[in-house]
Write a protein that binds this ligand. Structure first.
Ligand SMILES: [Zn+2]
Length: 403
C-alpha cells in the first residue's frame, strides 16, 4: 500500500464529523514534526487548527511563503445503511456503480469505470488531498532541506460547518495581526471534473446574504382596508428583483446571480392577513460589481415599491481572483499540462472555499484537487490512481516555486 493511500485510510477511520477533528490533526502534526516542520496548534473555541512550517523564519528578505490549505472535517454520511461499505471503514474496490447499482445511473458508471477506488467519507473532500499534501511536503523537505523561503500547511477542522467562525477565518485574523506574509496558497478542494487536473479554480465568487422582513398590518381577510398585506406589497418588488440583470459578468466571472432561498408569511389560518413577511436572499457575484452596489440597488427597488422593511446583510466572502500572470497560477497550469497531460480549465465557478480568507492577505490562491463527482454523497470515493498521483503534483508546486 502506498504512503498516501495508507495515510488517507488512517484519516478516513477517524470520524471527524464537522467540526470534530477526531485526532486527524495530531496524527499529521506528529508526522510533519518528524520531517522537521515547526508545529503550532491554533485552537479557537471548540475548533482545532494546525499550522506547520518549514524553512526560514517569517522575516523581511527571507524569501516567499507557499502554503497548502485543507480541512480534516467531513460532512455527515446520511443513512449509513445506504453505503455499500461503512463510510468510516476505508475500502478499496473497483468502481462498482455500473453493475451493482443500476439506480445510480450510467453517468457515474462512466466516471468511475472499473478501476480501483477508495471509498469512505472524506476520500475526495478532502482527506485524500490532505494526505497527498503531507506526503508531498515530507518528500520536498527531505529532498531540499535548504530550500528558499518557507513552505507551510494550514489545516482546519471547521470548513464544512454552517458558520466556520473558528476555522481559517480566525487563523487569517491571527496571521494579519502577527504580520504573517503569505505569497501563494494551494487549496486541496476537489476541483477536477472528470479527470485529475482537468479543472483548477483560480478565484471564487463572493457571497452576500440578506435577511429581509417586510412589515404590514395584521387583520381579518374580510376587512382588508383595516390591514396591510405584506405579501401583496412585496410581490411586485420580488418580481422586479428576480428579473433584474445585475451585471453581465466579465472575462473572469459569470453574471451575478440573485436567489430567494426562503420565503415565509402567514399564520396558517386562511382568514388572517399576516403582519409580516420574511425572506432570505443571496447574491453570488464576481468582480463586475461590489457588495455595496448590490446592497444599494436592492434597497432602491424595495424603497421604490414603498415597502416598510428591515434588511440585515451578511457578507460571508468577497470575490477573489488570482491573475493569469501570477506565478502560482502559471506553475499549476504547467504542472497539469506536464504531469496530467491536460490543459486545465481555469474556473472561478462553484461555491466558496477557505481560500477566501487567505486571498485578502495578499496571497495568490489556486485550488487543485481530485475529481469531485461524489463529494458529499453516499459512497464518496476517489480513484486510487488519482490519489497516488496527487503528491507529485503538490511536490512539483514546491519545487517550481521554492526549489
Ligand atoms: Zn472540502
Amino acid at each position: 500500500m502506498s504512503d498516501v493511500l495508507d495515510l488517507t485510510c488512517d484519516l478516513i477511520r477517524r470520524r471527524s464529523l464537522t467540526p470534530e477533528d477526531a485526532g486527524c490533526l495530531p496524527l499529521i502534526g506528529e508526522r510533519l514534526a518528524r520531517a522537521g516542520f515547526r508545529i503550532e496548534q491554533l485552537r479557537y473555541g471548540e475548533v482545532d487548527n494546525l499550522w506547520a512550517t518549514h524553512g526560514r523564519d517569517n522575516e523581511p528578505g527571507s524569501g516567499p511563503t507557499l502554503i497548502f490549505l485543507g480541512h480534516t472535517d467531513v460532512v455527515p454520511t446520511g443513512p449509513e445503511s445506504a453505503w455499500r461499505s461503512p463510510p468510516f471503514e476505508p475500502t478499496v474496490r473497483d468502481g462498482d456503480y455500473s453493475c451493482d447499482r443500476p439506480d445510480r445511473g450510467n453517468q457515474q458508471a462512466a466516471i468511475h469505470g472499473r478501476t480501483p477506488h477508495l471509498y469512505g467519507r472524506g476520500a475526495a473532500d478532502m482527506k485524500g488531498s490532505v494526505a497527498a499534501m503531507v506526503v508531498a511536503l515530507e518528500q520536498f523537505a527531505a529532498a531540499h532541506p535548504q530550500h528558499r523561503g518557507r513552505v507551510g500547511l494550514l489545516l482546519t477542522s471547521d470548513e464544512e460547518g454552517p458558520t466556520n467562525l473558528d476555522g481559517v477565518r480566525r487563523v487569517a485574523e491571527h496571521f494579519r495581526a502577527g504580520g504573517e506574509r503569505i505569497d501563494w496558497c494551494v487549496v486541496g478542494e476537489p476541483s477536477s471534473r472528470e479527470k485529475l487536473g482537468d479543472l483548477i479554480r483560480v478565484g471564487r465568487r463572493g457571497s452576500l446574504s440578506g435577511t429581509l422582513a417586510v412589515h404590514g398590518v395584521q387583520g381579518h381577510v374580510a376587512y382588508p382596508e383595516k390591514a396591510l398585506n405584506p405579501i401583496h406589497a412585496f410581490a411586485p418588488a420580488l418580481a422586479e428583483l428576480a428579473a433584474e440583470r445585475w451585471d453581465s459578468g466579465n472575462a473572469d466571472f459569470p453574471p451575478t446571480s440573485f436567489q430567494v432561498s426562503n420565503l415565509h408569511a402567514g399564520t396558517g389560518a386562511n382568514n388572517v392577513i399576516p403582519g409580516t413577511l420574511s425572506a432570505l436572499i443571496n447574491f453570488r457575484y464576481g468582480t463586475a460589481r461590489t457588495a455595496d452596489e448590490l446592497r444599494a440597488r436592492t434597497e432602491a427597488i424595495l424603497q421604490r415599491h414603498g415597502l416598510d422593511y428591515t434588511l440585515d446583510w451578511n457578507l460571508s466572502g468577497e470575490p477573489f481572483l488570482t491573475p493569469p500572470q501570477g506565478r502560482l497560477r502559471e506553475a499549476v497550469v504547467a504542472i497539469c499540462r506536464e504531469l496530467c497531460d491536460l490543459d486545465p480549465e481555469q474556473s472561478t465557478g462553484g461555491g466558496t472555499s477557505d481560500g477566501r480568507f487567505i486571498a485578502p492577505l495578499g496571497a495568490e490562491v489556486v485550488e487543485l484537487g481530485p475529481v469531485n463527482a461524489t463529494i458529499h454523497k453516499v459512497d464518496e470515493c476517489v480513484a486510487v490512481q488519482d490519489l497516488e498521483r496527487l503528491p507529485a503534483l503538490y511536490r512539483s508546486v514546491c519545487e517550481r516555486l521554492l526549489g
